[in-house]
Structures are given as structure tokens and as C-alpha cells.
Write a protein that binds this ligand. Structure first.
Ligand code: MEV
Length: 304
């Protein structure tokens, strides 16, 4: 038997960094997917084929953890394939981990819940990276747009009507664990100041959740821009990201911010249909690259 499953990448909408410190964030699953094909082998060891090298560790750890947990002695072949590389920070490692667990559960006839897949994937992610809130794993597992609290304490799927985003890639691959640790270092020295920033981000995220649900995108945009200013205060933005955010707002976006750990990767702008082209051009003019992405995508699923 052969199975094929896929899991989506993600975009952080609001609340990055604060979500590592027990605050909520908003995340959406995107239509760039990571595919995993799996089968049981008769040979003596596992076979892993991952063209994107960074992923192989996540697949290997997922297989090891799964076999140990369910006392499985058989060997498997796992081959991965992606609509996106790990370069742009859309969460290929979390998607590949979630897809691997789903594929293994199908191969060995285990009816695992989404929460079980989330928990196992989060465990593997922490094992490898040591840090992280798990928001990307929630997006890969459940899909849609999610209000998420650290470690999956809350995973609320939000029935948002619209999330018209322009996504700009800064051209620089961000080192997420580095930025998480940098913020943690600063936290030791400036705890009071940082706690205040995180709780302000928390309030922005809670307000944004309501404004997105009410389809009040103008207000949601303003909250996103406020969130960006706080990320600047945390010291995780870059000159390029700031320029892309500013250019988007000048070109008529409702709001814009960096998305993710900072230091590079992507920014997002919330825009009306009328302003989309202007905002895209403005981002390109300051050196960004537009990535065409649809949001609110399906979570992990079986492929034919
Ligand atoms: C990185 O994309 C987002 C962070 O909040 C880390 C995490 O939540 O795992 C910085």
C-alpha cells in the first residue's frame, strides 16, 4: 500500500514572538503545500527521499518517534515534495512533520485525531529546534485561519470571511531559532519593557480577531501596522522589511507588517482589490518580491 498526503505552509498574521511567551497569535494556512508519499518496505531499513535537505531530519525524527510510540518494527519509505522551499519561511519543516505523521498513521491503520497529530509534531519540532510556539504546526494540521495560544492550549478555527493579503518576500532567509533566542536574551535584561510589549501585542491580536470576524478590514489593517511597530521595538525588523511595510501603506494598504520571526522572510499587507496592484508595485520598487499566495487553505489531507 502507498499513501500520499499533503500539509499546508503558513503565514503569521499577528502575534509573533509574543506567542512564545504565552500570548495568542493569528495564523493562516496557505495554498503552498508539502507532499509526502509513504509505503511499508520489506527491506531492512527506512528509505527517506527529501529533495529539500533541511527536511530530512524532521522526517527521520517523526518516523523514529512514531515507531517507538506505537511499537512498530517495520520499515518505511518516505518521499517528500513541495510547492515551496524552506527559503521563504512558509513553514516547510512543520508541514513535512505533520504530513509524515498523517501518512504513517494511514499506513499503520491508526485513526489519529488532529490533536494527536499536532501534539506529536510539536514534540518533534521542539526536539529538533528547541524553541517555538507550535503555531506553524497548528496551521499545517488544522488549516484555515486560527487563533492560537502557545503550545496549542487554544486552537480556535476562525470563520473569517476575507483575508486579502499581498505577500512580499524580502529576499533574505531568516534564521527563526536565532531570532527567538535573541528575543529571549533581551528578555533577560529588559523583562519589564518586553512584558509590556508582549501584552500590548496580546491586546492587538484579540482586537484583530474580532475585527477580522466582523470583516472590518480597515481596522484590522491599522492593528497590523501597530503590531509591526512593536516588532520594530523588539528589534527584529530590518531596513528592507520596514521599507516594504512603509511602501505598502503609502500605496494604500489598510495596514502592513513583517510576518514571522523577523530578520528577513516575508511581510504582509492587507489590501483592497482596488489597491492591490499599486501595493504590489510599491513592494517591488523597494526591492521586495511578490509571492502569490491564497490563504485559509485546507489542513493536512489525503491526496489521490
Ligand atoms: C516565527 O515564525 C514566529 C515566532 O513567534 C516563533 C514561534 O511562534 O514559534 C517568532
Amino acid at each position: 500500500m502507498k499513501v500520499k498526503v499533503s500539509a499546508p505552509g503558513k503565514l503569521m498574521i499577528m502575534g509573533e514572538h509574543a506567542v512564545v511567551y504565552n500570548h495568542p497569535c493569528l495564523v493562516t494556512a496557505v495554498d503552498k503545500r508539502l507532499y509526502v508519499e509513504a509505503e511499508i518496505l520489506t527491506q531492512l531499513k527506512d528509505e527517506i527521499i527529501t529533495p529539500q535537505v533541511k527536511e530530512s531530519r524532521f522526517v527521520l525524527e517523526a518516523i523514529a518517534y512514531f515507531k517507538q510510540r506505537y511499537n512498530i518494527k517495520k520499515h518505511v519509505k518516505i518521499a517528500t515534495n513541495g510547492d515551496f522551499s524552506h527559503q521563504v519561511g512558509l513553514g516547510s519543516s512543520s508541514a513535512v512533520t505533520v504530513a509524515t505523521f498523517k501518512a504513517l498513521s494511514l499506513l499503520f491503520n491508526l485513526d489519529l485525531s488532529e490533536k494527536e497529530i499536532f501534539d506529536m509534531s510539536y514534540h518533534v519540532n521542539l526536539l529538533i529546534q528547541g524553541v517555538g510556539s507550535g503555531f506553524d504546526i497548528a496551521a499545517a494540521t488544522y488549516g484555515q485561519t486560527i487563533y492560537f495560544l502557545t503550545g496549542g492550549k487554544t486552537i480556535d478555527i476562525l470563520p473569517v470571511k476575507e483575508l486579502p493579503l499581498v505577500v512580499g518576500y524580502s529576499g533574505i532567509k531568516a534564521d527563526t531559532p536565532y531570532y527567538i533566542r535573541k528575543v529571549a536574551e533581551d528578555f533577560k535584561n529588559k523583562e519589564r519593557e518586553m512584558k509590556k510589549i508582549f501584552s500590548t501585542i496580546h491586546q492587538l491580536v484579540d482586537r484583530a480577531k474580532e475585527t477580522f470576524l466582523a470583516d472590518n478590514l480597515e481596522e484590522a489593517g491599522t492593528l497590523m501596522t501597530e503590531n509591526h511597530k512593536l516588532l520594530q521595538q523588539l528589534g527584529v525588523s530590518t531596513i528592507r522589511l520596514d521599507a516594504m511595510v512603509l511602501a505598502s501603506i503609502k500605496a494604500g494598504a489598510w495596514g502592513a507588517k513583517l510576518s514571522g520571526a523577523g530578520g528577513g522572510d516575508c511581510m504582509i499587507a492587507l489590501v483592497s482589490k482596488e489597491k492591490r496592484k499599486d501595493v504590489e508595485k510599491a513592494i517591488i520598487d523597494v526591492g521586495g518580491e511578490i509571492i502569490n499566495i491564497q490563504v485559509n487553505a485546507d489542513g493536512v489531507r489525503v491526496e489521490k
